[in-house]
Design a protein around this ligand. Sequence first.
Ligand code: URP
Ligand code: ZN
Ligand code: ZN
Ligand code: ZN
Length: 473
Amino acid sequence: MSTTLIRGGTVVSSTGRTDADVLIDGELVVALLAPGSTLLGHDLASSVGAVIDATGKYVIPGGIDAHTHMQMPFGGTEASDTFETGTRAAAWGGTTTIIDFAIQRYGERVEEGLAAWHDKAGGNCAIDYGFHQIIGGVDEFSLKAMETLVDEGITSYKLFMAYPGVFYSDDAQILLAMQKAADLGLLTMMHAENGPAIDVLAEQLYNQGKTSPYYHGIARAWQLEEEATHRAIMLADVTEAPLYVVHVSAKQAVEQLAAARGRGKNVFGETCPQYLYLSLEEQLGAPGFEGAKWVCSTPLRSREEGHQAAMWQGLRTNDLQMVSTDHCPFCMKDQKEMGIGDFRAIPNGIGSVEHRMNLMYQGVVTGEISLERWVELTSTTPARMFGLYGTKGLIAPGADADIVVYDPAGHTSIGLDKTHHMNMDYAAWEGFEIDGHVDTVLSRGRVIVDDGSYHGSAGHGSYLKRGLSQYLI
Ligand code: URP
Ligand code: ZN
Ligand code: ZN
Ligand code: ZN
């Protein structure tokens, strides 16, 4: 087994920072040592297999992106990143675990959907991965199959209040699934938008000749996110099911979460970098068909209305607990272009899995969040929320050596011809400048990225059987 010493850095956790050397043996962290420690009189540097100099740098637990959609069929096409390309891109950006969504639709069996996801991911991932289960058709079979999920290491599942005819569940179905989840200890993840109302508005806009990507954002009004968030909270309350609302983008939805949390409810929320930085006016409203690059749901929202500032605030006040990407990339050519002349036909999704750690670090630079909160939002809370903590989400003896050496004096220019490893023909984050740099990435003790070169391999990543959430009140 190889040993590695990460020497001279500042180890940052969700609760503090300390100058320490990190000793790794095989796949695990075995010790945090005072800087320059010797062991029984031996200079550690000469006794270990490899030394990584982290002087002046942050040493943080590897990122956990708890919301990705690799190879997801959507809108007549499929998300363009495979598990191989998507996890490689994630590794480049300092993410060492993803949790992707296995899919079940109406008429399909959960067991088959899950098996298909194992087939897609198995042997292809560069980093460790787990699954949530999408239940897109709540019926007697899927409700029964929920009973098997915990044994499969899947302790969270997603329902949709949006996308009628695709993944949509009505209130009765949601109630039934939540009752089951409450019994089983599963965490219910909710896409909270009023899909039937959105579809009516979208059709009306289309019939008025309002067909450009901008109108995707108009049809998906914040009121319909607020309303669905409120309804989800109430359905969860009546069933006593814990609730995690995904990809929150509306200020008013955060207010709903905050109010429920104020009443002591087990209600949590995630936002994504796109809702912190991008807007209806600047991106969705870009000239011509450009805005299609940023068509995702929930949609980018108006900066004039203050949604982005409210997301940052929610991250500070802990009314939002996590930042995931909702990575669901589609190329412009042949994919997004399906919606030229009809925004309803643009496949929904943005690719960000490579950039989440950097984009969130920029929030540290600009004073939106603290260094510790950066680690908490991107690694520690995802681990706790989704039953991985102890193995993932921290640097401590016994934890997996999933570690990023991050250089605050470095710089990252994001762009298609610069840092871009996702399988997309455009960069949703083109032109973003980050005052920091992912230098070295270790996955279970193995260096997979080091100063601009990639040493990972498809199949290194293992499937993670997750435990029950460690975050509930
Ligand atoms: O636009 C999005 N978010 N695409 C992925 C599917 C989902 O709703 O998360
Ligand atoms: Zn969703
Ligand atoms: Zn999603
Ligand atoms: Zn560097």
